[in-house]
Design a protein around this ligand. Structure first.
Ligand code: BG6
Length: 522
């Protein structure tokens, strides 16, 4: 088949849906999926629905068996009953029970604490039995859906029980959730620790932002089209704005958030992943090694902020009470499990410089926060203004920048904003947009963002996972900010109202450069 004939755009199915992943993709497996923290939120809200969605799209092959490890005492039968219930609840479409049954039938449960050696001895027996009875091939994906303090102890004990050893073609991989460390030193220490037991290619550091369809599309958009790459540089681009705004507050996660804050929670991982995809050089192939190498180079090209620069280039905020779309909402300090005088930031913004030939002098503005005016994640590429000279004898006294907006959520899509003449006898310019919406073009399948990542981890494709050096490069960027903010506690918290776009200092960060944040329509 020639490239021209190849199914670059997947045909819509009769219901107007496009298959979750390329229909030519082979099903994943065989493998046992061992979930540590099977009783937790992440398993219920993301992992089980993702497995269900993969199963519905026929992307789970034979020999897939889920093993839950958790503290609660449960028999296999009780675990299967619970799984059936939860999987049924995940099913958003007409479910004939096929997927639920397939996943529940071979599921096993290992009850015990993560510290107890006995837990791992029992796990070893279960895995050996599944290899025979369920045909898992002896392959195991260990998923650490636990609090971060358990990552190292679990891996130590898996190693001591011989469960991470790869023999005769049986692979063993460990998926590590975020947060990976809480600063540069602890991330380095965790990498060092895990590498005592595992090889680098057995460690799958996950960032669920990379599972989002539009985020993956960034590579195709930039490198699979002829028209964008030639202008994707400092000659044509004035600045890049990355916004990950949430309308929700911390909800029930006050305990965790009090030790993390917006900067740690979102910037070294999600926001810098977005930045690296926007700014990376073209890789030589879509292979994991070349893509990760280029992303890593960008992260290393980000100029670390000096302590003086932190004062002028980074902004923090904490939400107070305020009116939101959902009604009046409380201040962060009044949320459950939050100190009444908390100095934790719920908003962070910064200006970064990527010091390489492509991006020198193009500022990258990042902002993220909770309880902002609306939930939106987007990257806005703002192009340089054209000269005004041509319009000198017209009513036009100002030309807007062209903006390319890549929207991750909600309404995933891409939109190009440009000026067009308003009909009439005089020259007047209006701003218009050309829009591409994922849903309208391709239809949507229910997706949690974890489907592709789980599928890739089982299939052994590490492109969307983080190498040790990438994690450390991300922390290196935020480390100076963490240090300065720790040394100088904030004195004016709360400094933005719930339902607003954050503290005024975030606006001033751009105003000082003669720019402003792209106005996100309400
Ligand atoms: C998580 C953070 O990693 O990402 C949360 O810990 C945040 O605080 C979430 O709410 C945002 O993810 P999404 O996919 O809803 O944008």
């Amino acid at each position: 088949m020639s490239a021209e004939d190849s199914p670059a755009i997947l045909p819509a199915s009769p219901e107007g849906l496009v298959d979750l992943v390329n229909p030519f993709a082979p099903p994943a497996g065989p493998a046992a999926i061992v979930i540590f923290g099977v009783g937790g939120d992440l398993t219920r809200r993301k992992l089980l629905p993702a497995f269900h969605n993969l199963g519905s799209a026929n992307l789970l092959g034979e020999g897939i068996a889920i093993v839950g490890v958790g503290r609660a005492e449960m028999t296999d039968e009780e675990f299967r009953a619970r799984l059936r219930e939860e999987l049924k609840a995940c099913s958003t479409g007409p479910d004939d029970g096929r997927v639920t049954e397939k996943l529940a039938r071979s599921a096993r449960c290992v009850s015990g604490t993560f510290e107890d050696r006995g837990t791992y001895e029992r796990l070893a027996l279960v895995l050996a039995r599944l290899e025979k009875d369920a045909g898992t091939g002896g392959n195991v994906l260990f998923y650490l859906a636990t609090a971060p303090e358990f990552f190292a102890p679990i891996v130590d004990r898996l190693g001591a029980a011989g469960l991470t050893t790869e023999t005769e073609g049986r692979w063993r991989r460990v998926v590590v959730e975020k947060p990976f460390g809480s600063d540069l030193d602890s991330a380095r220490e965790l990498n060092r620790h895990l590498l005592q037991t595992l090889d680098e290619d057995q460690i799958w550091r996950i960032d669920h932002y990379l599972g989002k369809e539009t985020v993956q599309n960034l590579l195709v958009f930039r490198f699979g089209n002829g028209m964008f790459e030639p202008i994707w540089n400092r000659r044509y681009i004035d600045n890049v704005q990355i916004t990950v705004a949430e309308s929700l507050g911390v909800e029930a996660r006050g305990g965790y958030y009090e030790t993390a804050g917006a900067l740690r929670d979102m910037v070294p991982n999600h926001l810098l992943q977005l930045l690296s995809l926007v700014a990376m050089e073209p890789p030589t192939s879509f292979e994991a090694r070349s893509v990760r190498e280029e992303k890593s180079k960008v992260l290393r090209a980000i100029q670390p902020l000096s302590p003086e620069r932190v004062l002028t280039h980074a902004v923090r905020g904490q939400y107070g009470a305020g009116p939101t779309r959902a009604g009046a909402s409380a201040a962060y300090r009044n949320e459950p499990k939050v100190a009444r005088n908390s100095a934790i930031e719920t908003f962070a913004a910064m200006k970064l410089a990527v010091e390489n030939w492509r991006w020198a002098d193009v500022p990258f503005y990042l902002r993220t926060g909770k309880r902002l005016a609306r939930r939106v994640s987007e990257i806005a590429i703002q192009f340089k203004r054209p000269p005004l000279l041509l319009f000198r004898d017209t009513p036009v006294d100002h030309l807007s920048r062209n903006v390319l907006v890549i929207r991750m959520q909600p309404e995933e899509g891409i939109s190009l904003r440009f000026g067009a003449k308003i009909p009439g006898p005089t020259v007047r310019i209006g701003n218009v947009a050309m829009d591409f919406r994922y849903e309208a073009a391709f239809g949507v399948r229910p997706s949690t963002g974890y489907e592709t990542l789980l599928y890739d981890a089982i299939r052994g494709d590490a492109t969307l996972f983080q190498r040790a050096d990438m994690i450390e490069a991300g922390w290196s960027v935020v480390q100076p900010v963490l240090e300065v903010w720790k040394a100088l506690p904030p004195h004016a918290f709360p400094n933005y109202a719930s339902g607003s776009w954050g503290p005024k200092e975030a606006d001033e960060l751009l105003e000082r450069d003669g720019r402003r944040w792209r106005r996100i329509e309400e």
